[in-house]
Design a protein around this ligand. Structure first.
Ligand code: GLN
Length: 193
């Protein structure tokens, strides 16, 4: 019988809903650590980029020196899960030109596709390998293009809302805001893979 090693997952803590992600991961038995500086990445098994405001997070990533470090690690296969603003940051292309993405995931994103009127909404989606899931969207971006290496795990209204490429995972919704741990659980499986 093998005992699973306890994973240590970083949560980028420059801005955004950090605490909710930590709670979701800890409920699944992972250790978590807030990441603010490149040295905080040492020894981590994976990283979560939370939701928030993507231009602000991008600016703080540059200021903290984390930008180049994350880009390099991401290219080398370090597991990263981005929610909402985190998804925007992982993207290769952003229609609004701002912020610049890390370019790790071969997707094109429309940052404010749902406009101001539809600030947030909830929807029941179907996730491949997981099943029905109640998803919370807050000023959600839209994924408008996926490259050939990107797997679409869930769609809403004809657009991808959960995508995976290698050990990178990204959602336009916020599973950390509901009590359902299954998307974080899927990420931890990717980390172990
Ligand atoms: N649309 C926001 C942005 O551009 C992201 C919203 C969110 O993370 N909840 O940063």
């Amino acid at each position: 019988m093998s005992v699973e090693r306890v994973l240590t997952i970083g949560v980028l803590a420059l801005q955004g809903d950090v605490r909710e992600h930590r709670r979701a991961l800890e409920r699944l038995g992972a250790r978590t650590r807030e990441v603010r500086k490149p040295r905080d990445l040492e020894g981590l098994d994976g990283l979560v980029l939370p939701g928030g405001e993507s231009t602000t997070i991008a600016r703080l990533l540059h200021e903290s020196g984390l930008w180049d470090e994350l880009r390099e690690r991401g290219r080398e296969g370090f597991p990263i899960y981005g929610t909402c603003a985190g998804l925007i940051l992982l993207a290769r292309e952003i229609l609004e030109d701002r912020p610049e993405g890390l370019g790790l995931m071969d997707i094109t994103v429309d940052r404010n596709a749902y406009g101001r009127q539809v600030d947030s909404f909830e929807a029941d989606i179907e996730i491949e390998g997981i099943g029905p899931f109640h998803a919370v969207f807050i000023r959600a971006p839209k994924v408008v293009r996926c490259g050939p290496d990107v797997e679409v795990l869930a769609e809403y209204d004809g657009s991808p809302v959960l995508v995976q490429q290698g050990r990178l995972l990204a959602s336009t919704f916020h599973p950390e805001l509901t009590d359902d741990p299954r998307v974080h659980e899927h990420f931890l499986k990717l980390v172990r893979a």
